[in-house]
Design a protein around this ligand. Structure first.
Ligand code: NAD
Length: 274
C-alpha cells in the first residue's frame, strides 16, 4: 500500500457512492476504501459496463472486501425515488449513519450517437438524461440529507459531505450535447444551492467537474469523435484517468476540505482554464 493510500483520511466514514460498478464510481469507491471508509456501492447491477475489460474482472464491492475493506452493494436506479429512499434506509440500518454521499452515476446518450444539435435531438434523450444525471442528485441528496440531519455533528463540527460529479460541460458549453450540458449545469448550481441551505448544519456540498476521462463513456465518445483531437483540447494534453478524479473525491470528503463548500473543482487538465 502506498504512503498516500495508507493515510486513512476517511477512517470509518460511511460513504455512499452511486454508479460504483464502473469508471469513476468504481475508482472513487476503491480509493475511499483504501482511506479506511465503509463503502456503500450503489448501481443498477454489481458488475461493470462492458467497455473496460479490467473493470469486469471483479465487482467493486467484492474487491474492496477482498482487500480487507468494508463494503456493501445495494442495487438501485438513481432516478427512482422509492429505490433511493430504500437504499438510504438500508445503508443507515446496516451502519447507523451516513457521512458522505457521492452523486456520481450518470449517462451520456449523446456520447455514443451521431452529433445532434438541439433542433434534431429527440425529446426522450432530454427526459432520460435529466432523470439519470440531475433528478438523481436531487433524490439522493434529499434522502441522505434528511438522515444526516438526524445525526449528531462530529467533533470537528461537520455533519456530512456531499460530492456531486458534474462535468466540464456543467461549466462551459460543448458541441452538440444539449441534454448532457444542461443536466450537468443543473448539477453545478444545485451543488451551490445545497451548500447554501445546509452550511449552518455542517453539511458540505461540492462538485467535481472532470474533463474527458478514460472510462466506458470515453470509449463511446471515441466511436464517433477523434480521440487525438480530444486529447489535444486539454492543455496538459491527453485525458484524465479515473484515479485523478478519485483523488479529488477523497480530498473533498476529508477534513482537509473543512473550509470548502459550494465549490466547483475542475479536474480537467486545464480544459476550462482556456
Ligand atoms: P461509466 O459509464 O463508466 O459508469 C457509470 C456507472 O453508472 C455505471 O456503472 C452504470 O451502471 C451506472 N449507472 C448508470 N445509470 C444508472 C442509474 N440509473 N442508476 C444507478 N446507476 C447507474 O461512466 P463514468 O465515465 O464513470 O461517469 C461517471 C460520472 O462522471 C457521470 O456522471 C459522468 O457524466 C461524469 N463524467 C464523466 C466524464 C468522462 O469523461 N468519463 C467526464 C465528466 C463527467
Amino acid at each position: 500500500m502506498s504512503e498516500a493510500a495508507s493515510s486513512q483520511r476517511l477512517l470509518n466514514k460511511v460513504c455512499i457512492v452511486t454508479g460504483s460498478s464502473s469508471g469513476l464510481g468504481r475508482a472513487i469507491s476503491l480509493a475511499y476504501a483504501q482511506e479506511g471508509a465503509i463503502v456503500v456501492c450503489v448501481d443498477l447491477r454489481p458488475g461493470a459496463r462492458q467497455e473496460i475489460k479490467s473493470e469486469q474482472e471483479i465487482e467493486t464491492d467484492v474487491l474492496i472486501r477482498q482487500q480487507g475493506g468494508k463494503s456493501l452493494f445495494i442495487k438501485a436506479d438513481v432516478s427512482n425515488a422509492a429505490e433511493i429512499e430504500a437504499m438510504v434506509n438500508a445503508a443507515t440500518a446496516q451502519y447507523g449513519r451516513i457521512d458522505v454521499l457521492v452523486n456520481n452515476a450518470g449517462i451520456s446518450i449523446e456520447a455514443g450517437q451521431k452529433a445532434l444539435k438541439i433542433h434534431e435531438t429527440p425529446e426522450q434523450w432530454w427526459d432520460l438524461t435529466m432523470s439519470v444525471n440531475t433528478k438523481s442528485v436531487f433524490l439522493a441528496t434529499k434522502y441522505v440529507v434528511a438522515q444526516m440531519l438526524r445525526q449528531d455533528k462530529l467533533a470537528s463540527g461537520d455533519r456530512g459531505w456531499i460530492i456531486n460529479i458534474s462535468s466540464i460541460f456543467g461549466l462551459v458549453g460543448g458541441k452538440h450535447i444539449p441534454c448532457y450540458a444542461a443536466s450537468k449545469g443543473a448539477v453545478a448550481n444545485l451543488t451551490r444551492q445545497v451548500a447554501m441551505d445546509y452550511a449552518e448544519d455542517g453539511i458540505h456540498c461540492n462538485a467535481i467537474c472532470p474533463g474527458y476521462t478514460a472510462t466506458a463513456i470515453f470509449v463511446n465518445t471515441t466511436q464517433i469523435h477523434d480521440a487525438e483531437e480530444i486529447r489535444q483540447r486539454h492543455p496538459l494534453h491527453g485525458i484524465g484517468m479515473p484515479d485523478d478524479i478519485a483523488g479529488a473525491a477523497v480530498f473533498l470528503a476529508s477534513s482537509e476540505a473543512r473550509w470548502i463548500t459550494g465549490a466547483m473543482l475542475p479536474v480537467d487538465g486545464g480544459f476550462t482554464a482556456q
